[in-house]
Structure formats: structure tokens, C-alpha cells
Write a new protein. Structure first.
Length: 128
């Protein structure tokens, strides 16, 4: 068994695809529009679906905003250099919500950014 994807409901599919591809550097892997069922999907990731887990972005027609609740945490992405990655996100118009630094009580360097719908994305710096 393996994890295939994580689904996030988004309020504007094109805005979210732009964020994940242009700001975070993922690739748009495939997209589907289902007008009869009133939803559209876009799958984004750093590699193909047969090789790694990806994100499924789901837009339900007419829903521009979701209440994220308190159960959702974040999506984690491993990066080589958290500071450089945050600088690149900021330069592309992204929002850094926690600057790079050690995790509380540890030494692993982490940072957080936020996507246009308010979902948190954690950067975890790869250990040497």
C-alpha cells in the first residue's frame, strides 16, 4: 500500500493551480472538469502519480470559501534549504507564516507557508 493523494477543496481552481505550480514549483499533472456533477479537479505534484503522492485540488462550482476547521494540520514538503525556499516563495507572491528555524524542542529546521485558501504547508529542511 501507499498514499496516492491528498484532496484539498479550493475556492478558485486556477488561483490554486497557479500557487502550487508557480510558487511551490509543482507540475500540473492532469485536470478534469465535470459540469454535470458541478466540480473540477486538478492534480499537482513534484513527480508523476505512479512515483509519488500528489495533491488533488477540488473546486465545487459556486463554493468560493471553506471553513477549514481545527482538525486539519498541514502538508509537509522536504526542502534542501528552508530559508532559500521561503525567500523564493515570498519573491513569487506567496505568504510565509513561520520563518525558518528549529522545531520547538528540537533541531530540525522548519518553516510554514500558506496557500490562497489558507491551507498550511510545512517546509522541513533535509538533514545533511
Amino acid at each position: 500500500m501507499r498514499i496516492l493523494h491528498t484532496m484539498l477543496r479550493v475556492g478558485d481552481l486556477q488561483r490554486s493551480v497557479k500557487f502550487y505550480t508557480e510558487v511551490l514549483g509543482m507540475k500540473l499533472l492532469r485536470a478534469t472538469d465535470r459540469p454535470e456533477q458541478k466540480y473540477s479537479l486538478a492534480f499537482v505534484g513534484y513527480d508523476t502519480e505512479d512515483r509519488s503522492a500528489v495533491l488533488e485540488l477540488t473546486y465545487n462550482y459556486g463554493v468560493e470559501r471553506y471553513d477549514l476547521g481545527t482538525a486539519y494540520g498541514h502538508v509537509a514538503i522536504e526542502v534542501d534549504d528552508a530559508r532559500k525556499t521561503c525567500d523564493a516563495v515570498r519573491a513569487r507572491g506567496g505568504k510565509v507564516t513561520r520563518e525558518p528555524g528549529p522545531v520547538k524542542g528540537g533541531t530540525t529546521v522548519i518553516a510554514f507557508v500558506e496557500d490562497p485558501d489558507g491551507y498550511k504547508i510545512e517546509f522541513i529542511e533535509r538533514r545533511a
